[in-house]
Structures are given as structure tokens and as C-alpha cells.
Design a protein around this ligand. Structure first.
Ligand SMILES: [Zn+2]
Length: 144
């Protein structure tokens, strides 16, 4: 299987949603997120892809109990510390967007310019993912 459900990422995601003010609404709006890991060596324009956030296609929605899927590519994130994984998760969660149309939720992927979100660039810099770079303190380590 190329993708599998991975509960520890669900726990990390829940922690990040709880910690980050800009994500609080995700819990309040009851957005359903499925967390996966993949061993595919996914690349985009020659660069390894660490993670991605995908909106569940409306055609698949009746068969899938999630609104969004977040995938981490294991082969590409081998060198990342727990603190960097936290920022990666924060990044992917910031892609989750919600509009409303006629009282119905309309999910969307929030794009970023400059390859990063302002929230993250301001706090962690643009090269937070480089091996050895560690985001500033205030980020809990480990899976707790
Ligand atoms: Zn992104």
C-alpha cells in the first residue's frame, strides 16, 4: 500500500490545532482530517515533497469520512526533528480552508505565495526545514 493511516500524526495534528491560535477554528468547525503516511519518494519540480494537504474530492466524499487528508512522505522527512515535524504539520494545516455557500460548508485548499505561509515565515523563517535548523523554543518536543 502506498498510503496508510498513521495515528501518531493524528495526535500531532490535534496538538498543533490546539496550540496554534490561527488553527483554533478547525476544531470549532468540526473539520474532519485524515492523517496518513506514505513511503513514496514524492517529488515536485525535482524537490522532495515533505507533506501535503489534499481536499477530499466531492465525488469520493460519500465514501470517505474526511474533508481533508494530510500526508507525510516518510522517505523525505527522515532528517527532520520533532520540532520540524511540528512546523510541517502546522504548514499543512494552514492549507485547510472553509467557505460557506447557501449555508453549506465549501472546503478549499488555501494557497501560499513565497512557498510559505506568513505565520510560519515570521516565526520560524523560510528555511525551518533545513536539517539542523531548529524552530525556536516554545515548541514541545516528543509525541506527548
Ligand atoms: Zn504548502
Amino acid at each position: 500500500m502506498n498510503y496508510e493511516i498513521y495515528e501518531p500524526y493524528g495526535e500531532l495534528g490535534a496538538k498543533v490545532i490546539q496550540n496554534e491560535k490561527s488553527l483554533k477554528w478547525i476544531a470549532q468547525a468540526d473539520i474532519r482530517i485524515g492523517f496518513l503516511k506514505s513511503f513514496k519518494e514524492k517529488k515536485n519540480k525535482g524537490k522532495p515533497v515533505y507533506g501535503e494537504c489534499v481536499k477530499v474530492n466531492e465525488l469520493y466524499a460519500p465514501f470517505c469520512p474526511y474533508d481533508f487528508l494530510i500526508v507525510f512522505y516518510e522517505m523525505n522527512i527522515l532528517g527532520l526533528s520533532d520540532a520540524q515535524l511540528y512546523v510541517l504539520m502546522y504548514h499543512e494545516l494552514l492549507h485547510i480552508g472553509l467557505n460557506e455557500k447557501d449555508g453549506e460548508p465549501v472546503y478549499r485548499i488555501v494557497p501560499h505565495d513565497i512557498e510559505e505561509f506568513r505565520e510560519i515565515a515570521d516565526r520560524y523563517g523560510l528555511d525551518w526545514e533545513r536539517p539542523g535548523n531548529s524552530p525556536p523554543k516554545g515548541i514541545a518536543k516528543g509525541g506527548g
